[in-house]
Write a protein that binds this ligand. Structure first.
Ligand SMILES: [Zn+2]
Length: 138
């Protein structure tokens, strides 16, 4: 998704595989003067020349995106990004329950180690989970 566009700076938004939204900043330089004429930075843990930056370049290159990119160049201020439509789930029909539900509470803890890319070390994690289930019926 195009976020900001000018002659030498492009900002795009890309959703990562962890559903987090990252911002890519692409600085475009004169290809006659610089061998590395695209400087691509991203807010993801990789930070430079990542897959999100590659996706941004593919997005800018795709012919079907050209009309919206050219339209963005004519507008002096970046247009506000419309909020994504909220998906409404179909409501379930109400049921009258004439018996008392039986609660079942389950508690569990899990301890594990995982690689932390921000400091390059293994980090210990401890997570606690609870689950409440209700048994209906006789
Ligand atoms: Zn990235």
């Amino acid at each position: 998704m195009l976020h900001h566009l000018s002659a030498e700076l492009v900002q795009t938004l890309c959703r990562g595989s962890s559903l987090e939204i990252y911002t890519q900043t692409l600085k475009l330089k004169d290809p006659e003067k610089y061998s590395q004429f695209v400087v691509a930075k991203c807010t993801c843990p990789v930070r430079n020349n990542c897959k999100h930056c590659a996706a941004a370049l593919f997005f800018l290159q795709a012919p079907e995106n050209q009309p919206s990119i050219l339209a963005a160049l004519d507008v002096p201020e970046p247009t506000p990004v419309p909020a994504p439509a909220i998906e409404h789930k179909p409501s379930l029909p109400e049921r009258v329950v004439d018996y008392f539900p039986l609660p079942r509470l389950a508690l569990a803890s899990v301890e594990y180690s995982a690689y932390e890319p921000r400091n390059g070390r293994m980090q210990r994690h401890l997570k606690h989970r609870d689950a409440l289930a209700l048994k209906y019926g006789p």
